[in-house]
Design a binder for this molecule. Structure first.
Ligand SMILES: Nc1ncnc2c1ncn2[C@@H]1O[C@H](COP(=O)(O)OP(=O)(O)OP(=O)(O)O)[C@@H](O)[C@H]1O
Length: 268
């Protein structure tokens, strides 16, 4: 089967004191090629653990991640990651950062140059290609991180709070850029966010996870990501379904947080 399947994935962390944490329990999900999934949930519900398993940084205790019919073992260029802080190479300029993957594969500039310059242009970095990383704002650095990930031509892009460290206005612009890149490249994307608004605007599918153990609580299919491509995201928020869905999800997560707090207080 084509696409990405998360099949009955569970993850238990054994702690040095002999106890253990069930970070994920029996999570199953299939993403078709080109789908954009946003993942929300209260702190500790296993979002990052799930992403790290899909990236191949962690091996699940049970279950498997299957891509285009093969079981994923360990990290691979087919699954690219964008972190909250770009994790860029400070000693390289922008173009060197973006072309890092192809250069590491031993490709000559003739093979990657045009593609990398195109990515620099679509991410708005065309005039910044010779700049050092420290000369860039946080938003520009995240653009570099996105372009660098795309230069590897992964099938799936995994994003862990990629816009979480940005100010509100820059974040809004970057949300538009994520949608534009998603449509232009047709990549499958999984995006973790703590922002309900961001999850609604970017997630063509939106997953709400619940904690203890981390599991899928509810999934939505939403029209907003498609509507937002090339459009003013503030206009998208005026859609009649937007407000009520936002309220429903906020209340869902609020209730989960309350339950966690209650449980914690009971244990004290
Ligand atoms: N390496 C580890 N060793 C032990 N426990 C871990 C480890 N990594 C994660 N956990 C635990 O697994 C659970 C899920 O953590 P995870 O970071 O995946 O959640 P999250 O939903 O991403 O949280 P947040 O929103 O706060 O980033 C938490 O209880 C966490 O403490």
């Amino acid at each position: 089967m084509s696409g990405l399947s998360i099949e009955n994935v569970s993850m238990r962390f054994d702690l040095p004191n002999g106890s253990s944490v069930q970070a994920l329990k029996d999570v199953s999900l299939h993403l078709n090629e080109g789908e954009l999934l946003s993942v929300l949930g209260p702190s500790g519900c296993g979002k990052t653990t799930l992403l790290n398993i899909v990236a191949g940084f962690l091996a699940p205790t049970e279950g498997a991640v299957v891509m285009n019919g093969h079981t994923c073992i360990g990290p691979d260029a087919e699954r690219g990651m964008v972190f909250q802080q770009g994790a860029l190479f400070e000693w390289m300029d922008v173009r060197e950062n973006v072309s890092f993957g192809p250069r590491m594969k031993g490709q000559k500039e003739a093979q990657w140059g045009e593609h990398v310059d195109h990515l620099l242009d679509v991410t708005g970095l065309g005039d910044f290609k010779d700049k050092a990383i420290y000369e860039l704002s946080g938003g520009m650095q995240q653009r570099v991180a996105l372009a660098r990930c795309l230069a590897n031509d992964p099938d799936v892009i995994l994003m862990d709070e990629p816009l979480g460290a940005l100010d509100a206005l820059t974040r809004e612009k970057m949300q538009g850029l994520v949608l534009k890149l998603w449509k232009e490249t047709g990549k499958t994307i999984i995006l973790i966010t703590h922002s309900v608004e961001e999850a609604l605007l970017l997630g063509e599918r939106l997953l709400v996870m619940a904690p203890r153990p981390g599991r899928i609580h509810k999934e939505y299919r939403l029209p907003f990501a498609d509507m937002g491509v090339g459009a003013d995201l503030r206009e998208v928020k005026k859609h009649p379904e937007y407000g009520p869905t936002r309220e429903e999800i906020l209340e869902m997560i609020w209730d989960m947080e309350e339950e966690i707090m209650g449980r914690t207080e009971d244990n004290q």
